[in-house]
Design a protein around this ligand. Structure first.
Ligand SMILES: [Zn+2]
Length: 293
């Protein structure tokens, strides 16, 4: 039991920030990938097999300009006390001056949880789910959890998913819907069924897992589609409350759903403070994808 808790504690301690203080969820994404691998009862991850896939995940769920550098977490995770990199006999993994491994060496190597934790995880499927939950709760806003699990081809049942690590304020949703008179602050959709709002959500601008408070000045009422777009960084909000659209968006109805709102003023909350510049600044720096991938 002690070992389980110790393992989850180590996972909680994983840092996901780079030297400049920018969100860098490279390690959590690699760990989730490794958990999915164990869940499917597959052997350790060979770096050359996952290099491209991990790079894509970093771009998809990391901040704007997150470089595709999957070799960094793969090698650096060894310092967190739960990961090891193994090279076949006769292969030396040489380090570069930045403390990373040479990619050509790493491509011959495998990585995974240290054998102690690997054995533990393979014998306890519910620990895999708990571990995934810890990583998701710590590093990603709830609206993205399903997307990430799907991208990793991981099955995590709600039942085993357990309680959130991050405490949420149950009043947040009603407070935000009231402030915005139950309509999407971007598109204005305000559809009800039998008098109950349909598809409206309260979004945190600064993520709750990254110290964003559940207050009106850190919240915005959005329809499910624009909420997802905000969480994925497809949609941003300038400090003077105008809608920003990320590059790289295209497709049927992209004009109707996105482009027509670009530069438009966000609907203001009634008798409540508008979103604070501090939280908009955080979203702009860590979530909004200002650069094309
Ligand atoms: Zn909307």
């Amino acid at each position: 039991m002690m070992t389980e808790q110790e393992f989850l504690k180590r996972l909680e301690g994983i840092k996901a920030w780079d030297q400049r203080g920018k969100r860098a969820p490279h390690k959590p994404l690699l760990l989730l990938m490794a958990l999915g691998n164990i869940q499917r009862q597959e052997p350790d991850l060979r770096f050359k097999d996952i290099e491209a896939r991990l790079g894509d995940l970093i771009v998809e769920f990391g901040p704007s300009g997150a470089r595709k550098n999957p070799h960094q977490p793969f090698y650096r995770l060894r310092n967190d006390g739960l990961w090891e990199v193994r090279a076949p006999h006769g292969v030396d993994i040489r380090e570069t001056s930045s403390g990373d491994a040479r990619i050509t060496d790493l491509r011959k190597a495998e990585g995974g949880f240290t054998s102690h934790y690997d054995t533990l995880l393979r014998s306890k499927p519910d620990l895999i789910a708990k571990a995934a939950k810890v990583l998701l709760d710590r590093h990603f806003t709830p609206g993205l959890h399903e997307d990430i699990l799907m991208a990793l081809n991981m099955a995590v049942e709600r039942r085993t998913y357990g309680k959130s690590v991050v405490k949420r304020d149950p009043k947040f949703r009603s407070m935000i819907l009231t402030a915005y008179e139950a309509s999407c602050a971007v598109c204005g959709v305000a559809v009800t069924m039998n008098g109950i709002s349909l598809g409206l959500e309260a979004a945190h601008v600064r993520w709750a897992c990254h110290d964003g408070p559940s207050t009106v000045d850190n919240g915005v009422c959005l329809c499910a589609f624009h909420h997802k777009a905000l969480d994925r960084g497809a949609l941003g909000i300038t400090e003077d409350h105008r809608v920003r659209i990320a590059p790289g968006i295209e497709g049927e109805l992209a004009e109707a759903m996105f482009f027509r709102y670009g530069g438009e003023k966000l609907r203001e909350p009634k008798a409540a403070p508008h979103i604070s510049r501090e939280f908009l600044g955080w979203h702009g720096e860590h979530i909004f994808k200002s650069e094309a991938a």
